[in-house]
Design a protein around this ligand. Structure first.
Ligand code: BYC
Ligand code: FE
Ligand code: FE
Length: 471
């Protein structure tokens, strides 16, 4: 078991005290991070007391501590999950070799790129969500937002730690650059597309945490298989925090759906009550699910093949021994690709289909979430059903990116798309309407009329607990 140093300026279980050079580098980066938080984070709430969970160790069960803190005083720590002794690389061309505790020279660039891409998304999401605090539907939800924000901040720390420790001067430059690119910035945007999309409403936020944080889960899980041991152990621990983000999303969308269904059951029109009609929720689901599916990259990818072959990025749950061939050689993946008016099935070598495989697992997971929302609709006697859009719908990356499809995956012509896309994706009018529903509710235990209360509070506290104390 690693020792956790909670007294240090930067709480950690990576022995910072014994590595003065690294400690100095990180302590130099810390003020830049705090300045970024103050400029680009949830700026107007930095003086308020938030009931937050803070990671204080990596042991099962007791890894987190709850208390009131001001966000700038949050203890952003560096934690690696404990590693198994003499772990071996369990996939790809280096199968059976000992894992690396230092960066192998021949994989340096690829590894840095993966870490930078991962790291870039974390502060991006905080930037995207920075104004939401002003319209939180309850104190419970406001707390959830800030919990997600501080933890995404910690995930940035996790990647910056790897860059500073293992990539020398370039790593330090990359760590600086993480605070200089900004979500939606015309000159210096975030790396991946979904992280430049605005998150203006709580429906966007809950769809984002359902679908985009869930991409995070799958990407982190495949990096947690990595032969580069520090990356595997960092991402492993990040996943424990990620579960709450996805739960915030699933519950949030679920509560918005439930509220609409309740009103309809009582013979009312959700729209007349400042609630969000279910067909509008479906459009937001379509939008965020498709932008998030793009985060898997191309279905047929030489990058993905190389990352797998080099032992840097494995398949989902690769370590659980669920795949027959840990080298993924000789097998093919069947991919339906557009060919003129029709679809043709093409076989590609499995290694090149690693992004497609991960996307398939993600899509199945999303369908389970949608089913849970639908079970709730059914139990309330409502006939509407939410649907998870096909992996082909509204894509900008990969083999479907240049073609048009309906949400169920049927090919459509450009003309049909032009005619029908406003039925499938939020229009300006939809967005204006959803924005008009957003207003802050700050009385403990009270909720905006578009969202049902949660089933329970946080950390065994009641729903009407004062989750945020304003200064
Ligand atoms: N937008 O070979 P290809 C999270 C680029 S979320 C823009 O098809 P590859 C979080 C790609 O970079 C998880 N560009 O795909 C969630 C490449 O560019 P170059 C984040 C894109 O490289 C919520 C080119 O297209 N973590 O943690 O195999 C809140 C061809 O790429 C996009 C990671 O993503 C796009 N959507 O896969 C907070 C893990 N997609 O090289 C946090 C690290 C692709 O031609 N990243 N491109 O210039 C990776 O593993 C891979 O970079 C990707 C792309 C899966 C993203
Ligand atoms: Fe994260
Ligand atoms: Fe997250």
């Amino acid at each position: 078991m690693s020792t956790v140093d909670l007294e240090a300026k930067i709480p950690n279980n990576v022995g910072l005290r014994d590595n003065k050079r690294l400690m100095r580098a990180l302590e130099t980066w810390q003020p830049s991070f705090l300045q970024w938080w103050k400029d680009m984070g949830p700026t107007d709430f930095n003086e308020d007391q938030i009931y937050l969970r803070t990671a204080v160790g990596v042991g099962k069960g007791g890894w987190a501590h709850f208390d009131y803190v001001k966000m700038p005083d949050y203890r952003w720590g560096i934690f690696l999950a404990d590693g198994a002794a003499d772990r071996k690389i369990h996939f790809g061309d280096h199968l059976g070799e000992p894992v690396w505790s230092d960066v192998p020279g021949e994989h340096r660039n690829r590894l840095r790129r993966l870490i930078v891409t991962q790291g870039d998304t974390e502060p991006a999401s905080v930037e995207q969500q920075r104004m939401l605090g002003h319209t939180a539907p309850s104190l419970y939800d406001l707390r959830s937002l800030f919990q997600v924000n501080v933890e995404e901040g910690r995930h940035l720390w996790a990647m910056v730690y790897l860059l500073h420790t293992h990539f020398g001067a370039d790593g330090r430059d990359e760590a600086e650059a993480m605070l200089q690119r900004h979500s939606g910035d015309a000159d210096s945007p975030r790396i991946l597309e979904a992280f430049n999309e605005p998150i203006d409403t709580w429906l966007d936020f809950f769809c984002f945490t359902t679908f985009t944080d869930r991409d995070g889960k799958y990407q982190l899980a495949s990096l947690a298989e990595s032969g580069f041991d520090p990356l595997a152990r960092t991402t492993q621990f990040m996943l424990t925090e990620e579960a709450y983000h996805m739960q915030t999303g699933e519950n949030g969308v679920g509560r918005i759906i439930r509220r609409a269904a309740e009103l309809m059951r009582d013979g009312q029109d959700p729209r007349a009550q400042g609630a969000i009609p279910l067909d509008m929720v479906q459009k937001y689901v379509n939008f965020w699910a498709s932008r998030s599916m793009d985060l898997f990259g191309g279905e047929d990818s030489t990058n993905a093949s190389e990352s797998f072959a080099s032992g840097l990025k494995g398949r989902y749950r690769e370590g659980d021994g669920i795949y027959k061939d840990p080298k993924a050689l000789g097998a093919q993946y069947k991919l339906a690709v557009p060919d003129g008016e029709t679809m043709q099935e093409r076989e590609i070598p499995l290694r090149r289909a690693m992004n497609a495989l991960l996307l398939d697992a993600y899509h199945a997971d999303c369908r389970r979430i949608v089913q849970r929302w639908n079970r709730d609709l059914e139990s309330m006697g409502c006939d509407f059903r939410i649907e998870m859009p096909s992996t082909r719908f509204n894509r900008n990356q990969g083999v479907y990116g240049h073609y048009k499809f309906a949400p169920d995956g049927t090919p459509v012509t450009e003309a049909e798309w032009t005619h029908r896309h406003t039925d499938w994706l939020p229009t300006h009018a939809d967005r204006d309407y959803v924005k008009s529903c957003m207003h802050a509710v700050r009385e403990p235990g009270k909720f905006a009329n578009y969202i049902a209360p949660p089933a329970m509070g946080v950390n065994d506290q009641p729903i009407e607990f004062e989750y945020v104390k304003f200064h």
